[in-house]
Design a protein. Structure first.
Length: 207
């Protein structure tokens, strides 16, 4: 079982699903949403690396930062919900050592480090304080995102990938841009080409 390595490797379809849902199963090579698969360790870190590469490939500081901020808000909100559930389960359930270890490892994946030297309930209270502080960070990031969006007239594109592919095909003259096989890097380059063609057409038409 392997994880996609980078933006040259992962299809734009998988990237889009993870972007919207944070479902790391789509980082597993070959997973198409049918059946089920385990998520290997390190998936969260690999996703962060792919996102960072994606932001750099965009080549537009404002747009890149907007998307980076958007992804950070999604990550922080997802982390908040998952950690809340994990801490609740640790508090409510009597766990054997093996199960408890798995929960601690899950917390660590979201950067909540359990201190085994502390009493269980003392440690839960400590992590709950960290959890509460993270809510404030989420609020600050969301406010920043809203201000950036308003200042630069930015908005999320609700157009499906399939519709975007059709539009790109029409602009660039390319046939059959398959979103399930086209890599993120290639998708970005096709979009850049389409933008360049549109700009040339506007100049030619005197607009």
């Amino acid at each position: 079982m392997y994880l996609y390595k980078d933006c040259s490797d992962i299809p734009i379809w998988n990237f889009d699903v993870i972007y919207k849902t944070n479902d790391y199963k789509y980082l597993v090579v070959g997973f198409d949403g049918y059946g089920d698969t385990e998520i290997p360790k390190g998936a969260n870190e690999r996703w962060q690396e792919i996102k960072n590469e994606w932001v750099k490939l965009l080549d537009d500081n404002t747009i890149a930062y907007y998307h980076q901020l958007l992804l950070e808000c999604i990550y922080l909100e997802t982390r908040y919900d998952v950690v809340k559930m994990l801490l609740k389960m640790i508090f409510q359930r009597d766990m054997d050592e093996e199960t408890f270890t798995k929960y601690k490892e899950s917390l660590k994946e979201w950067r909540y480090i359990w201190n085994d030297k502390n009493d269980k309930y003392v440690e839960i209270q400590r992590l709950l304080k960290q959890h509460k502080a993270s809510k404030n960070k989420i609020g600050l990031k969301i406010d920043e995102l809203k201000k950036l969006k308003e200042a630069h007239d930015l908005s999320g594109d609700g157009t499906s990938l399939e519709k975007q592919a059709v539009i790109l095909e029409q602009i660039t003259g390319k046939n059959n841009i398959d979103v399930k096989t086209t890599s993120v890097k290639k998708w970005i380059e096709i979009n850049k080409l389409a933008t360049s063609i549109n700009e040339q057409r506007r100049k030619a038409n005197g607009k």
